[in-house]
Unconditional design. Structure first.
Length: 362
C-alpha cells in the first residue's frame, strides 16, 4: 500500500511489539534505581543514627524489607496529631481521591488553554505572538504558584464569604462555617472528619450521588478556583515546549505542497497540524509531569487543601506531626515514582504507536 501524503506511517505490528517489550524491560531498572536512592537518602541516615542494619548484610536486609513494605502496603501508621494512629494506607485512601479530582479539572483547563494557544502561537510567524509566548513562559517560571494562590484567596476572601458563607481556602469542600450556617453544624453520614466524603472520596462525585446540590455548587466553585490557578501556572511551563513542536511541524514539506495547491492556512492548522502534533503534545506533557505535580502540591498547600500536597509539606517540614515524617516521605516518593514511571511508559507506547518517530526513551 502506498503511503498517504502528509500521514506518518505506523510501525509494523512486529516492530511495535518489540519496542513495547524493550521499553517495558527498562521499567524494573528505573524502579530499582529509585528504590536504592530512597533507601540511601531516607533510611540509611536513620540506620546510622540508631546503629541498625549496618554493613552489607544489614543494608540488603533493610533494603529488602523496605521494598516488601512499599509494595505490600505495610506503610506504618500516621504521625499526624489530627490523624495519629491511623494507617497511612487509610490516610492516602482519604486524601488521594481529592487530589485526583482536582488534577482532572486542572488538566482539562490546561488542555483547553494550552492546545489551541500553542497551535496558534507556533503557527503564527509574527514577532508579537512569539514575544507574548516568551513573556507568558517567563512569567510562569518567575512567579511562584503560592503567590498567585495567595493573591486569589486575598482578593476573593470577602466576596466569597458574603456570597457562600464560606472561605475560598480550607480545601475544596465547604468548611465548618458553611455547615453551621446552612445545617446547624450537623454533618451528613457520608462526610468523614468534616473534610472527606464517601463512597468514592471525590467530593463532586459523592455530592452528586447524594444529591447534595448546595454542597455540589460550593465544591465545584472551589475546585474550579484551585484548578484555574494550577492551569495558569502549568500552561506557561507547557507552552514554550508545545509551541516549538508546532513551529517545527508547520515547516514540513507536505504542508508546503498543500499551500501550493491552495489549501487555506486555517485548514492546514486546525485539521492537519492539530491532529499531527497531538501525540507529541502527550509526550511533552509526560516529560513535564513532575513540574505539574509540584505546581498542584504548592496550590493545595496554599488553599489548605487536605490532599497529597498537604501530606508532602507535612512530611518535609514535620509540622503537625509527632515524628520526623521520613516514613511518610519515603512512601510518598515511592508512590509518585511508580506513577511517573508508569505514566511515561504508557505515554511512550501510545506515542510510538501513533508516531513511530517519537518517544521519550530511544
Amino acid at each position: 500500500m502506498r503511503p498517504v501524503p502528509g500521514r506518518r506511517p505506523r510501525a509494523p505490528p512486529s516492530a511495535f511489539r518489540r519496542y513495547v517489550l524493550m521499553r517495558a524491560a527498562l521499567v524494573p531498572g528505573q524502579l530499582l534505581f529509585v528504590l536504592v536512592v530512597l533507601y540511601l537518602v531516607i533510611q540509611e541516615p536513620v540506620n546510622l543514627a540508631t546503629q541498625q542494619n549496618l554493613g552489607i548484610d544489614g543494608f540488603l536486609t533493610g533494603f529488602w524489607q523496605m521494598v516488601v513494605n512499599d509494595f505490600t502496603g505495610h506503610w506504618g501508621t500516621s504521625t499526624f496529631l489530627q490523624y495519629q494512629g491511623i494507617p497511612l494506607a487509610q490516610l492516602y485512601a482519604w486524601m488521594l481521591p481529592q487530589s485526583v479530582e482536582l488534577a482532572l479539572f486542572a488538566l482539562g483547563i490546561s488542555a483547553a488553554i494550552a492546545y489551541p494557544v500553542s497551535l496558534w502561537a507556533g503557527w503564527t510567524a509574527r514577532r508579537g505572538a512569539e514575544s507574548a509566548v516568551e513573556i507568558a513562559s517567563l512569567g510562569g517560571t518567575l512567579v511562584p504558584p503560592f503567590l498567585i494562590g495567595t493573591a486569589v484567596v486575598t482578593v476573593l476572601f470577602f466576596a466569597f464569604l458574603a456570597q457562600f458563607h464560606d472561605l475560598p481556602s480550607g480545601g475544596v469542600t465547604p468548611g465548618n462555617d458553611w455547615w453551621l450556617y446552612y445545617y446547624g453544624g450537623n454533618y451528613p453520614a457520608w462526610i468523614i472528619d468534616t473534610r472527606f466524603t464517601q463512597p468514592t472520596g471525590m467530593p463532586l462525585v459523592d455530592g452528586f450521588l447524594h444529591q447534595a446540590w448546595n454542597f455540589e455548587l460550593v465544591t465545584l466553585i472551589k475546585t474550579l478556583l484551585q484548578a484555574s490557578v494550577i492551569a495558569l501556572v502549568y500552561v506557561t511551563i507547557f507552552l514554550r515546549q508545545a509551541r516549538a513542536v508546532v513551529l517545527e511541524a508547520s515547516q514540513e514539506l507536505h504542508l508546503t505542497a498543500a499551500r501550493s495547491r491552495g489549501v487555506s492556512e486555517h485548514t492546514l492548522l486546525w485539521k492537519h497540524t492539530a491532529r499531527r502534533v497531538l501525540p507529541t503534545f502527550l509526550l511533552v506533557f509526560a516529560l513535564t509531569l513532575p513540574a505539574y505535580l509540584g505546581t498542584q502540591f504548592v496550590v493545595e498547600v496554599t488553599f489548605v487543601d487536605p490532599g497529597i500536597g498537604f501530606l508532602a509539606l507535612s512530611a518535609l517540614t514535620g509540622q503537625g506531626t509527632t515524628g520526623n515524617g521520613l516514613e511518610l516521605l519515603e512512601v510518598m516518593m515511592f508512590l509518585l515514582t511508580v506513577f511517573v514511571i508508569v505514566w511515561l511508559f504508557a505515554t511512550d507506547v501510545i506515542v510510538r504507536r501513533w508516531d513511530p518517530r517519537g518517544s521519550a526513551v530511544r
